[in-house]
Ligand binder design. Sequence first.
Ligand code: BGC
Length: 355
Amino acid sequence: MKKITSILMVAVLMFALVVGTGCAKTSDNMIGVAMPTKSLQRWNQDGANMKEKLEAAGYDVVLEYADNKVEQQVSQIENMITKGCKVIVIASIDGTALKGVLEQAAKEDIKIIAYDRLITDSENVDYYATFDNYLVGQIQGEYIVKALDLKNQAGPFNMEVFGGSPDDNNAYFFNGGAMDTLKPFIEEGKLVINSGQVEMEQIAIQGWKPEGAQERMDNLLTANYADKNVDVVLSPNDSLAQGIVASLKAAGYGSGSKPYPILTGQDCDTTNVKMLIAGEQSMSIFKDTRTLADQVVEMVKAIVEGKEVPVNDTETYDNGVKVVPSFLCEPVFADKDNYKAILIDSGYYTEDQIK
Ligand code: BGC
């Protein structure tokens, strides 16, 4: 029995040794990927894609999700620094909260790529890879203009506006792109915002939570739409659109006298693609996370190999301390008419996933 125990102990020790040395490979080979949360489909996909593509390129990957908690993300990044990651790719929770940990990274000469969301207030952000966030908003705005034929129709149409999480820099770009596009029609009186709420302080939903959007929509309907219908809701993304639809359903929308309003979104989450098909949501922006992951892998490779890092924008993303060299991928929209070509034929989803 004693012999078996000691054989077992030796085996455990050897296993620990193998695992241990596995982690201590040359730091040039190790890349950290810090994602904000598992609660939204897109970040799971982003994380999985990054891991798969980086591993295929020969890197070891430390992938972490932070449950939308800033302190958790900071300590995960600290661990990546300790482990000797050469590059850390970060989709931040609060873009303003990483200054301290990025100073530590800079001391170790670790390069930082902000992923999807800009990291602000820090000089230690080396690159930014994202989809063109202003364009996302613009496409949402243009979709509304076309769906209501605002260039020819006088309306007026009743609209309400939602904003993303106030700690996410992207939220301001989405809002800017959409509102710049819709502004002329609001000024002409073709679009009427009955609540009068358009400022980010009034419309932002903390943490991009569906429940937050549902609650605000409930309040808007009670206060402003007892005797009329809402015709358009500008939602910056899919998680908010889910909450908005839940509220609309509870208020009787989706029936003859109360058709669903035109409703925008972003991410093409499977839940929302089903909502497009069911006529509950009008469109969603498709940001192919495979494209973004491919781009980031190219950036990582260039950094590690000391080559010029590919960027295509050196003007737009000022993080308060510096303009961060960026690579912007192009988003497109999906709706019930084109989702098959965009999402199924491209192999992004299978038919079964959106049934
Ligand atoms: C991303 C969106 C996403 C939102 C909520 C934003 O920063 O760009 O794609 O819907 O965060 O997670």
